[in-house]
Design a protein around this ligand. Structure first.
Ligand SMILES: Nc1nc2c(ncn2[C@@H]2O[C@H](COP(=O)(O)OP(=O)(O)OP(=O)(O)O)[C@@H](O)[C@H]2O)c(=O)[nH]1
Length: 778
């Protein structure tokens, strides 16, 4: 108590009026005001929540992007909704933040001077004050940008013009508002530093005139940072005032309550009781705060009880605004002390309300901001882990696929090499088999020709038809014989080779991709493979010329022919060279295209012995031959006589006649045996000889042609299989590209999540710093 009394006196003795003026200056310029703690804290937390808002929107957009990526399936709907709810929550906090201010509510009995205290603090007659029950509803004074003041009634957006305190008072009186209702008075911030610093003042009707104290507390007190109990220093604290604050302290934990013993100027008229009355009020007030309400310690309570005169303070301040000293005019004794005590109250009030509002309002926001930031970081952690799992799976898939592609390439090379070798071997084998079979068939050609039984006649026209039929018969006969000998085994070999080829190649294709393609690959043709033997006897034997003239086998011409036949045999070497040339040409062409033998045999090489000039070499001829030749050359007459004469002389006429008789008999026999049947036999014999010779020429060509067909068949099957493997490889490569693209996206997402997590940590740190600077330091 003594300390309190000394406080006021020492302040007055120390700085006096100068201190008052300094304080005014501080108020006007708002420099170093304790309210700046709230102002700075509000700006700081607003900036932080601006960052949080950007962060939450960025994160939510990112999460929505992830959710939209249907293939990844990383984020579910509920998570997206949660992120969206964060955006709403932050927006709500920002809205509340924008409305956050320091709120002080004034309570007390009617006419204690509540309105006067507010006016004194605001340095203007904003609120109506007067004798009796003036304030009939709650009046909230708050700052507004701009130059114009206005008021708004509760539940209405209509701005009512307020040009003066009198008009305002009149307006309130005329409206006859309910005592719990609120009238908001918007006063230009530029006209009052407290309003500029976001302090909102709430005036109330007298606590003694209302029964709705609970409603008051619920509607107007719960968000108040400071309560000011305005007492009339001329009387003691009433039960109504005490009851109200008892109610307040049950609903609000440790409310900040200041007690102003107003109208202290009235005590100046009785100076002898001044100190004792003041001490009595002081004690009662401290007891009320400490013992009854239990909202502060004694030390704190001593700093919360003041003895002031609102009316004097307001008048003094208005004088100052007019350029006059505050004490101008008729003032009661002790004005300076009361004026200073009012300022002291204001300073302590500002410190209290600033710290309290920062704590009660921003601590909650900061805590919610940190919770949201932490929740988001946890959710991002979960999503990061899910992406990591997915990424590991994709990496595993990539590795398997890469290994598979590489193994397939290696295997394909091996299988291709082996299959080429197999096709080569098979082609050679087929060539040998066909060659062997065809040679055997040619060797047995006479059997085939003998079985041809079309009626034979030497008539040129009939013979021509006979030859054509014979050619056709031989061609189809040889063909069917070859087919019977080779086709079944060949078809089986080819199918086996194709099956093996397919098995080897399809092993390189993943089973799931293979489906039912295997059979389609092999059965590209509807019919099983069948070899075509292009013998074309029609063309091959088109140059066949039969010789059906009767020739006595012991006649001179026949003997000469027999002799020349031997010679012709020695000439086959020459014709063989030609044939070999033909064969070689055929071999050269076989790998590119099947060659039709008839095309090259239209001008067959004549292998028949040449009579003209071949036997004219004299040392090769015997004497008889020379004579016979001479006899042929002279139409047989002279030659015959010469030979007869020589023989007559040499062996005698009897022997000669006997031999002649036998010779003639043989001649007669042969002549008589030269029937149509004999001619047919002779024809067939000549045909077999001719066809054998011609067919032998095309053995290599035909076998090459057949092997080529086999090569074509197997190569095309292999090519089809290669295409299947190629398709599978290209599918696998595409799959690999897809996986790599997914991995890139996942890695980019992880990178972004890391960034967002860091941002969340950064925001949490900012809020921690904010709490350290503004909340924990209080
Ligand atoms: N002498 C003196 N009179 C004062 C002081 N403060 C206020 N008054 C007067 O007391 C009367 C009531 O003041 P108000 O400010 O209207 O009191 P109030 O508590 O707001 O009253 P209601 O609005 O009716 O609840 C007015 O006539 C003021 O001039 C003061 O410090 N000293």
């Amino acid at each position: 108590m003594a300390a309190y009394l000394n406080r006021g006196m020492s302040m007055i003795a120390g700085n006096g009026y100068e201190s008052v003026m300094d304080s005014n200056s501080r108020q006007l310029h708002n420099v170093n005001s304790p309210l700046q703690i709230f102002v700075k804290a509000k700006k700081n937390i607003n900036d932080i929540f601006g960052d949080i808002s950007d962060y939450v929107v960025e994160t939510t957009n990112f999460i929505e992007g992830l959710a939209a990526d249907s293939q990844a399936d990383i984020v579910d709907k509920a998570e997206t909704e949660t992120f969206r709810s964060f955006v709403l929550k932050i927006n709500n906090i920002r809205e509340v933040l924008a409305r956050d201010h320091m709120k002080v509510a004034f309570f007390g009995r009617t006419s204690n001077g509540k309105s006067s205290v507010i006016n004194a603090m605001l340095r203007d007659r904003i609120l109506p004050s007067g004798i009796g029950h003036t304030t009939n509803c709650f009046c909230q004074v708050e700052g507004v940008d701009g130059h114009d003041a206005y008021l708004m009634r509760e539940g209405s957006e209509e701005k009512l013009n307020v040009t003066s305190v009198k008009q305002l008072a009149n307006a309130l009186c005329q409206e006859k508002l309910s005592e719990s209702s609120l009238v908001r008075i918007f006063w230009p911030r530029e006209r009052c530093s407290l309003l500029r610093d976001d302090v909102v003042f709430v005036d109330s009707p007298g606590v003694d005139v209302s029964q709705n104290l609970d409603d008051w507390i619920d509607n107007h007190c719960l968000n108040a940072d400071v309560f000011v109990l305005v007492l009339n220093a001329e009387s003691t604290m009433t039960l109504a005032e005490k009851s109200f604050f008892h109610e307040v302290s049950t609903k609000i934990s440790k409310p900040n309550i200041f007690i102003l013993n107003n109208r202290w100027d009235a005590s100046a008229s009785e100076p002898e009781f001044l100190e004792s009355v003041k001490a009595q009020h002081q004690e009662r007030c401290i007891d009320f705060l400490v013992k009854e309400l239990k909202v502060s310690t004694v030390k704190e309570a001593e700093e919360r009880v003041f003895f002031v005169s609102a009316r004097e303070t307001l008048n003094g301040r208005l004088q100052e605004q007019n350029g006059l000293p505050a004490h101008t005019g008729a003032l009661a004794e002790g004005f300076q002390a009361r004026y200073f005590e009012f300022q002291d109250f204001e300073r302590k009030f500002e410190e209290c309300i600033s710290k309290s509002a920062v704590k009660t309002k921003f601590e909650q926001h900061s805590s919610r901001g940190k919770t949201i930031s932490n929740d988001m970081r946890l959710m991002l952690d979960n999503i990061f882990e899910r992406i990591n799992d997915l990424r590991n799976k994709k990496l595993e898939q990539k590795k398997l696929l890469t290994d598979r592609i590489s193994a397939t390439e290696t295997q394909l090379m091996v299988v291709t090499r082996e299959m080429k070798m197999k096709i080569h071997n098979m082609v050679e084998e087929v060539e040998q088999k066909v060659s062997k079979a065809l040679n055997e068939e040619i060797w047995r050609l006479n059997v085939l020709v003998d079985e041809f039984n079309l009626p034979f006649h030497t008539d040129a026209l009939v013979l021509n038809v006979y030859k054509k039929e014979m050619n056709g018969y031989v061609e189809s006969g040889l063909g069917s014989n070859l087919r019977a000998r080779l086709s079944t085994a060949l078809a089986m070999n080819i199918e086996t080779a194709q099956r093996e080829m397919t098995d080897r190649m399809t092993a390189l294709v993943p089973k799931e991709k293979l489906k039912d393609q295997t059979n389609q690959i092999i059965t590209a043709r509807n019919q099983p493979f069948e070899m075509l033997y292009s013998l074309n006897c029609q063309n091959l034997c088109s140059d066949f010329q039969e010789d059906l003239e009767f020739r006595f086998s012991w006649g001179i011409t026949a003997l000469i022919q027999r002799f020349n036949a031997k010679k012709a045999a020695s000439k086959t070497g020459k014709s063989g060279v030609v044939a070999n040339q033909y064969r070689n040409n055929g071999n050269l062409n076989k790998s590119t295209q099947a060659v039709t033998p008839s095309a090259d045999l239209n001008s067959p090489i004549s292998l028949l012995p040449q009579f003209n000039g071949e036997f004219t070499t004299e040392e090769q001829l015997s004497l008889v031959s020379r004579i016979a030749a001479a006899s042929i050359g002279s139409q047989g007459t002279v030659g015959g006589l010469v030979i007869a004469g020589i023989l007559f002389k040499t062996i005698g006429w009897r022997v000669l006649f006997a031999v002649g008789g036998i010779y003639f008999s043989v001649y007669a026999y042969e002549r008589l045996s030269w029937t149509n049947k004999a001619k047919e036999r002779k024809f067939k014999e000549q045909y077999v000889k001719h066809a054998t010779r011609k067919l032998k020429l095309i053995v290599d060509l035909t076998s090459a042609n057949c092997s080529h067909q086999v090569q074509q068949e197997l190569s095309s099957t292999f090519a089809r299989l290669c295409r299947v493997v190629d398709c599978s490889q290209s599918e696998m490569n595409n799959e690999l590209k897809d996986i790599e693209a997914s991995l890139n996206v996942l890695e980019a997402n992880q990178k972004q999540i890391k960034l967002l997590r860091n941002k969340a940590s950064f925001i949490t740190n900012k809020l921690d710093t904010f709490e350290n600077n503004y909340i924990k330091s209080n």
